[in-house]
Design a protein around this ligand. Sequence first.
Ligand code: AKG
Length: 298
Amino acid sequence: MNVQASASQSNANIGPNRLSDAISSVSAEMPTDSFWFYPSEVAQFHRDGFTIVRGLVDADMRSAMLEATITGLAEVQRGKTTPVEFEAEVNYPGAPDSIAEEGGQTVRRLKQAHGRDTIFSDWIMAPQLRGRLWQLLGPDYVMPLAHHNCIMTKQPKYSSDTGWHRDMRYWSFQRPELISVWLGLGEETTQNGCLYVIPGSHNAQFDPDQLDEQSFFLADHPKSQELIARKVAVTLDPGDVLFFHCRTLHAASRNYTDEPKFSVVMTFRPADNPPQPGTRSAAMSELLIPTCDVQHPC
Ligand SMILES: O=C(O)CCC(=O)C(=O)O
């Protein structure tokens, strides 16, 4: 596929932005190495709203992240106050009804991953991540600490089904232009609750009656069914990374296996797409990510 053509198609739908500026400077003949997406991966991101890079994170980094995860979960069990989201708080199908009942303390996310261990800074600063984010967001980008910045933990018991949604539904920025980076610490399968995504849904327009009051996509609406029929499972091996647009529809089931599933999820935005003042998106500080030491391929 011609990268330039794909970029301009995408521009027509998401409007003028840094994502499209960045892609239009990536030539189809660009030599690639391990810091960069191949042009076909950039084109896929713009066409489908996601792309997957296999084996981006090595075993040492993964096992350090896993250790920080186990430590975080043990702290919750010991009753330490730590930023966390329980399954019981989200009220999704499968989740316990309250924190007080059996399974009510099942953790869904260890929040504020970045502040938990320096290994998460190592990941955020890894050149193989920064080079790729530069290609999608341009050289000046930022990591909001308010959204994602978490370790998603999907436990064998008491985990829940997440309905079809766009992450933009609960984020407030000047433009719907952010990218989430989802790293599988272990295998992610249809059995343990891997993500499903709908290719091209980042460019789709919905009727208001396709969404419920929480902006979840109503799966039984006839127009929604056409889209949902195109879903693909994002199965990951340890170290694989999914990059997806904040308007890409995604969903996941609960974990039907006997082993927990752990994923590290961070979100990034172009520096010129700030949060709306006074919203939850503006409530925390953000990390300015240096890219001057990553030499852009163009
Ligand atoms: O793993 C899941 O259940 C989905 C999580 C998700 O989509 C989200 O947090 O936005």
